[in-house]
Design a protein around this ligand. Structure first.
Ligand code: UDP
Length: 483
């Protein structure tokens, strides 16, 4: 046996979904900047989608390795290539998808045996990784992709008896730092009775308790009461190390983070450069929410009537040359808004857009990444949640932080809950951009943005927590034993 000092090595194993992979790549870059070797383990399709982002990290001097494992989609009855959560429709397919992820245990085990990492950061969706890591004597850290407030609510929900919950009566979650009432229709049916998905959630929570702890992409100052609650009341070991995307310093790194953009980053920057500070509202609903065409038409009409400049990202294919109109846009819309509005079909360089001085508001579905990106950029929000933790993030933004206004939806649905009419959209867009409270919200948002940026600087809360985590893992000074 030969004992040598070697560079510490962390494996990152994100859930196969854009909004989990993107922050994990940021995180890998962050750890790489601390002199730690980092490797992302994922499936061929997902690795190819994000290859540019990973390549860019190399260019900025932080090499991130990749290791690929085959996703058994067909083996569980999913179509070939169904390797990403956004392609999964309905609970039945979700169960198949989760079954396929559990089949990744053996190939991951093989990679760990071969590469002997010092630590495994694995998504909450892979409960079996705590025991796998333990078999190799290495710590497993859990990554949820969300924040302390949502994780706290979820933990309480998991411990409550939800059999009697009705759609008409809101459910009160006791013992949280703020009053939390959740309408019954925001609790998915699978949580209200014994089900495979509920059992899966319970096993994930159990594996979290047995793990080394939880890494949270958040910063203390945005949710101090919930960071304390999670650690001190729920008793979960956790480190906040975000916002992790602030590790990107160059504009090109920000522009090329995520999937391939449907618009050239320079073109987008140029369009914004011509606008006054805080005069543009950015409208985007993440990677999963897909509105019906009738809702898209209402959004178009609302934005047009608001009189505000806007960038609107729609998850649709590019218009072909011979197409004069598309069903989801009102007749002649793009001609009428020319110069004032920009419609991006597909993927936008969101981080770059939000950080531009011209952007003064964000209509968002409140996915945690989008919310945190807006907070760090000091941009107030119109909140339009659709499902999962998005409703809790809305509460954080509108009721706790006072940096947003709700569009007024309450029901749960991946394709959007109730339809919002153009008049309501026009009203909230004006409210956030030029309404009586706009200045107050903007100044609170800017202060919070400053706190976010300070948290990752030397001496800041996230900077210190990251160092504390590295110390506790003992990976910086570890003497690796090589056989
Ligand atoms: N995103 C992007 N361009 C787009 C759509 C999304 O860069 O056109 C990024 C966004 O910046 C965020 C992530 O994709 O980092 C979406 O994650 P979020 O948690 O907000 O929402 P989800 O996709 O889970 O609904």
């Amino acid at each position: 046996m030969d004992t040598k000092t070697s560079q510490s090595h962390i494996f990152f194993f994100p859930y196969m979904s854009h909004s989990h992979i993107i922050p994990v790549i940021d995180m890998a870059k962050l750890f790489a900047s601390k002199g730690i070797k980092t490797t992302i383990v994922s499936t061929p399709h997902n690795l190819s989608l994000f290859s540019k982002t990973i390549e860019r990290s190399k260019l900025s001097g932080f090499e991130i390795g990749v290791l690929s494992i085959k996703f058994p989609a067909v083996e569980v009855g999913l179509p070939e290539g169904c390797e990403s959560a956004h392609l999964v429709q309905g609970y039945e397919d979700l169960q198949k998808f989760l079954k396929a992820t559990a089949m990744l245990e053996q190939p991951l085990e093989k990679l760990i045996k071969e590469h002997r990492p010092n630590c495994l950061v694995a998504d909450i969706y892979f409960p079996w990784t705590t025991d796998l890591a333990a078999r190799f004597g290495i710590p497993r850290l859990v990554f949820h992709g969300t924040n302390f407030i949502s994780q706290s609510v979820s933990h309480h929900l998991m411990r409550m008896d939800l059999n009697e919950v009705s759609d008409s009566e809101p459910l009160v979650i006791p013992n949280l730092p703020h009053e939390f009432k959740i309408p019954g229709n925001q609790i998915p049916d699978f949580m209200k009775q014994e089900s495979e998905l509920k059992r899966f959630g319970q096993s994930a929570a159990e594996s979290e308790t047995k793990s080394f702890g939880v890494i949270v992409n958040s910063f203390y100052e945005i949710e101090p009461a919930y960071a304390d609650h999670y650690r001190n009341v729920l008793g979960i070991k956790a480190w906040h190390i975000g916002p992790t995307f602030l590790c990107h310093k160059e504009i090109e790194d920000k522009a090329q983070r995520g999937l391939e953009n449907s618009i050239n980053g320079h073109e987008c920057q140029k369009w914004l450069d011509f606008k006054k500070p805080n005069s543009v509202i950015y409208v985007s609903f993440g990677s999963i929410v897909k509105f019906e065409d009738a809702q898209l038409i209402e959004i178009a009409l609302g934005l047009e009537a608001s009189g505000q400049h806007f960038i609107w990202v729609v998850k649709k294919d590019q218009k072909s040359d011979h197409e004069s109109n598309e069903g989801w846009l009102p007749e002649g819309f793009e001609k009428r808004i020319e110069g004032r509005g920009l419609v991006i079909r597909g993927w936008a360089p969101q981080l770059q857009i939000l950080e531009h001085v011209a952007v003064g508001g964000f209509v968002t579905h409140c996915g945690w990444n989008s919310t945190l990106e807006a907070v760090a950029a000091g941009v107030p929000m119109v909140t339009w949640p659709a499902f999962a933790d998005q409703f809790y993030n809305e509460k954080l933004v509108t009721q706790i932080l006072g940096i947003g206004v709700g569009v007024g939806v309450s029901s749960w649905g991946r394709f959007g809950g109730e339809r919002v009419k153009n008049g309501a959209i026009e009203k909230v867009v004006k409210q956030i951009m030029v309404g009586e409270e706009a200045e107050g919200m903007r100044s609170r948002a800017k202060k919070l943005g400053e706190a976010a940026r300070n948290s990752v600087k030397e001496g800041g809360s996230s900077y210190k927590d990251l160092n504390r985590l590295i110390d506790e893992l003992g990976i910086h000074t570890k003497i690796a034993t090589l056989e």
